[in-house]
Design a binder for this molecule. Structure first.
Ligand SMILES: [Mg+2]
Length: 377
């Protein structure tokens, strides 16, 4: 495979007449409105890293990351500062810098925290390039600002049939017409009971995705997943260990229900590899693990050639811009976590995410909220 993770979609890569000067990183500890209990962990507070990349000319490019663990937010901040120091003084060139930074970090390994750090820098650089071009990021990438169908991915954790059914009703606020249920209870009977309880509480035209968060061994997946056919489910996400593409391929062959993978694809090569293996019917790369804007656009081209619908994972704001320019765009995964610290949260109206019509990616921090939510305060 000779896929190259360089500038993907544009005839002429944007090089802004701006020069990288310095970066400010800020770690936030954001309480969630809806606790997220998955089969892997319970998330009550989101460790968030804000990245403000400043140029000599005074422009600021912004990005934020969901970092999974508080320690990761601190570690990624150090990696971001190190990487930006190595490009200080250079002209803002997102595609060229993605290649050079990946090379510079190759011996450490461009995965996990290092991958997330480089992705955040990439997002901030593209924000600068779009701002300099006077265009919303979606438009710079060739997309439109048409509102995007979003599913409500807040809540619906592992908390039993009655509680999730009640929460499912509440999650229809703002006109959401799709939501995602976490499964991986102790027994198959419980998975089915909870799915039915939620399905019964929702109108038929509300789509329901389910996510196992890698909970099942292959034999258990082959038992439980077929049992969910006919239960009114839109997709079944990460039923097994995400890297076991052979096991997913065997399962996908046996299922009518679409298998969804992608939040753990490290770079476009893994997305292409999973599709080559037949591991999934749908993909949903994560902005921070696929390689920021640059990596996403490369992935979007692969998905387009394979004619595979592509959704996003968390961080809906910048992901929305990218989906707008993704030929096989499917769903925005929406969580409201960033609403707590954004000066202007992106509105969801009738279940659709609206992108702001202003240059750049539209991220701006609510300074008072940032002070209040700063980790350790
Ligand atoms: Mg998931």
């Amino acid at each position: 495979m000779t896929l190259i993770e360089t500038c993907p979609s544009l005839e002429a890569a944007p090089v802004a007449d701006l020069h990288v000067e310095s970066v400010l990183t800020t770690v936030l500890d954001v309480p969630l409105n809806h606790v997220l209990g998955t089969s892997a962990d319970v998330v009550r507070r989101a460790p968030i890293l804000l990245v403000d990349l400043t140029t000599r000319e005074g422009a600021v490019g912004r990005a934020y990351l969901f970092c999974y663990r508080p320690s990761a937010a601190r570690a990624i901040a150090l990696l971001v500062e190190d990487a930006v120091a190595s490009i200080a003084g250079e002209k803002v060139d997102p595609c060229g810098m993605a290649t050079r930074l990946a090379r510079r970090f190759a011996l450490l390994g461009v995965a996990g925290a290092a991958r997330m750090a480089l992705s955040a820098i990439d997002v901030a650089l593209w924000d600068l390039a779009a701002t300099e071009a006077g265009l919303p990021l979606a438009r710079l990438l060739g997309g439109s600002l048409a509102p995007l169908p979003a599913y409500n991915s807040n809540g619906l954790g592992l908390m039993g049939a009655d509680a999730v059914a009640d929460e499912a009703e509440a999650l229809r606020a703002r006109g959401f017409r799709a939501m995602k249920l976490r499964l991986g209870y102790g027994t198959m009977a419980m998975d089915i009971e909870v799915t039915r309880a939620v399905r019964r509480r929702l109108p038929d035209d509300i789509a329901l995705m389910v996510d196992y968060n890698q909970a099942l061994a292959p034999d258990e997946a082959h038992r439980r997943c077929p049992a969910l056919e006919g239960e009114g489910i839109a997709w079944i996400e990460e039923p097994m260990a995400h890297h076991d593409w052979a096991a997913h391929a065997a399962l996908a062959r046996d299922l009518v229900l679409p298998v969804q993978l992608g939040e753990n694809f490290n770079g476009v090569h893994e997305l292409a590899g999973a599709l080559d293996a037949g591991a999934c019917d749908l993909v949903m790369p994560d902005l921070a693990r696929i390689g920021g804007v640059t990596g996403w656009m490369a992935a979007a081209r692969v998905a387009a050639v394979a004619r595979v619908p592509m959704s996003s994972h968390l961080m809906p704001e910048v992901s929305g811009h990218l989906l707008a320019a993704t030929p096989t765009r499917h769903w925005v995964e929406h969580v409201d976590w960033a609403d707590a610290f954004l000066a202007e949260p992106f509105p969801v109206i009738d279940g659709r995410l609206h992108l702001p019509d202003r240059p750049g990616n539209g991220l701006a921090w609510d300074r008072d909220a940032v002070e209040r939510l700063r980790a350790g305060h």
